[in-house]
Ligand binder design. Structure first.
Ligand SMILES: [Zn+2]
Length: 385
């Protein structure tokens, strides 16, 4: 008797071969040109954005790479939970600020492309970049599309125009965080929320541009003291020139509060300036004449928030007060002698800013490296990738 066979048994090696051929045709994708598909979507979407006066979307290679990784490790389906995509991308690219995602399925890639164009978030002015990943799953073609906006990176040169928070890096601990300069004060100390330390010192110049403190020591005071080596005598001579050469006006006395620092040349030309301006002028001349000098910012027991100048000469540190109009014949006093009246917080020269972080002894020794931490003036900018 025979029997009707509905099937037949394959030898094991043939079964394996068939399984792998099935997986090639059935599950894995035909090789889409991901970049070309993304390019076509961008062209379409940017035409649509142009009609509503929005800037064109761009590519974000880092987000694109992460989306590819996600799609290749967790093949997506029409039921993909977009929250998972969000969480993954947020972790992988922490500087993402805003995000929208969609998944679009159809019979072919052209139809998917058209479907994506109807996505309302395409005309969201907040979004800046498009990333896509297209796959074939059986008879269907699907695309996972993500719109992203990254946090801008803080850039001192553009800080005046920059609205809202921008990403910056602490020059002390290296941590990244947000900074916003909307609250403009005369002197801006940037403080890190991670290590809690101050790491940058900024001020507005007369044009309203944000500058790092070092910028103001321009070396252009135009006061010159013909080739004398640094000495106490020369120090006193410069001090007298700064004290008597101008009648300085405190910004506080002026009718309109000035929210900027002056360069040495501006202080000389205006014949006026407050404690920061004249300390900058004094320090700038001293540096030009070969002295080891710094501008100090902090507190004075009588004057409140204050600026002064410190100079190191022959193993001694002197405190130079540039706003004391009573004294036409200044007397050199060491920082130790005056320590009880002054509480420094930051000092700076042409290259670095120094922070004492409230450590004891700062007012007695402005050059002690155990107390004062130098932060070089290019360390606090994030490198733009
Ligand atoms: Zn820090």
């Amino acid at each position: 008797m025979g029997s009707l066979a509905f099937g037949f048994v394959l030898p094991p090696e043939k079964l394996e071969a068939l399984k792998s051929s099935l997986s090639v045709t059935g599950v894995a994708n035909e090789a889409f040109d991901q970049a070309a598909f993304q390019g076509r979507c961008l062209t379409d979407m940017n035409q649509r954005r142009l009609q509503v006066n929005l800037l064109p979307l761009k590519r974000d290679p880092e987000v694109q790479e992460m989306l590819k990784t996600w799609c290749q490790t967790k093949p997506f389906s029409p039921e993909v939970d977009l929250q998972h995509v969000f969480r993954y991308l947020e972790q992988a690219v922490p500087t993402i600020h805003a995000m929208a995602a969609t998944v679009c399925w159809d019979t072919n890639s052209n139809a998917v492309q058209e479907g994506l164009l109807r996505w309302e978030d395409v005309i969201d002015g907040q979004q800046e970049c498009l990333s896509t990943y297209i796959i074939r799953d059986g008879l269907r073609v699907g695309c996972l599309a993500v719109l992203t906006q990254r946090l801008p990176v803080f850039d001192l040169d553009n800080a005046k125009e920059q609205k809202g928070p921008a990403l910056t890096q602490c020059g002390r601990c290296g941590g990244t965080h947000l900074v916003s300069l909307e609250d403009v004060r005369r002197t801006i100390v940037l403080r890190c929320p991670d290590c809690r330390k101050a790491y940058d010192l900024l001020a507005c110049d007369s044009e309203g541009m944000f500058r790092r403190a070092n910028y103001f020591l321009t070396g252009e005071s135009r006061l010159s003291f013909a080739n004398q080596p640094p000495s106490e005598e020369l120090l006193l001579k410069i001090w007298r020139a700064v004290l008597t050469g101008s009648h300085y006006e405190l910004d506080d006395d002026a009718e309109e509060q000035v929210e900027s620092w002056k360069t040495p040349r501006e202080t000389v030309d205006d014949r006026s300036g407050d404690c920061e301006d004249t300390s900058i002028l004094m320090t700038d001349i001293l540096l030009t004449e070969g002295f080891d000098a710094r501008v100090a910012l902090g507190w004075n027991v009588y004057g409140g928030e204050h600026a002064w100048c410190v100079v190191r000469l022959n193993g001694k540190q002197y405190l130079i007060e540039t706003t004391d109009r009573r004294s036409d014949t200044p007397v050199l006093r060491t920082v130790e002698e005056l320590a009880q009246y002054y509480t420094p917080e930051q000092t700076f020269d042409r290259k670095q800013i120094y922070f004492c972080d409230d450590k004891p002894g700062a007012a007695e020794d402005y050059w002690n490296e155990d107390i004062w931490t130098a932060v070089s003036n290019d360390k606090t900018r994030l490198a733009l990738k």
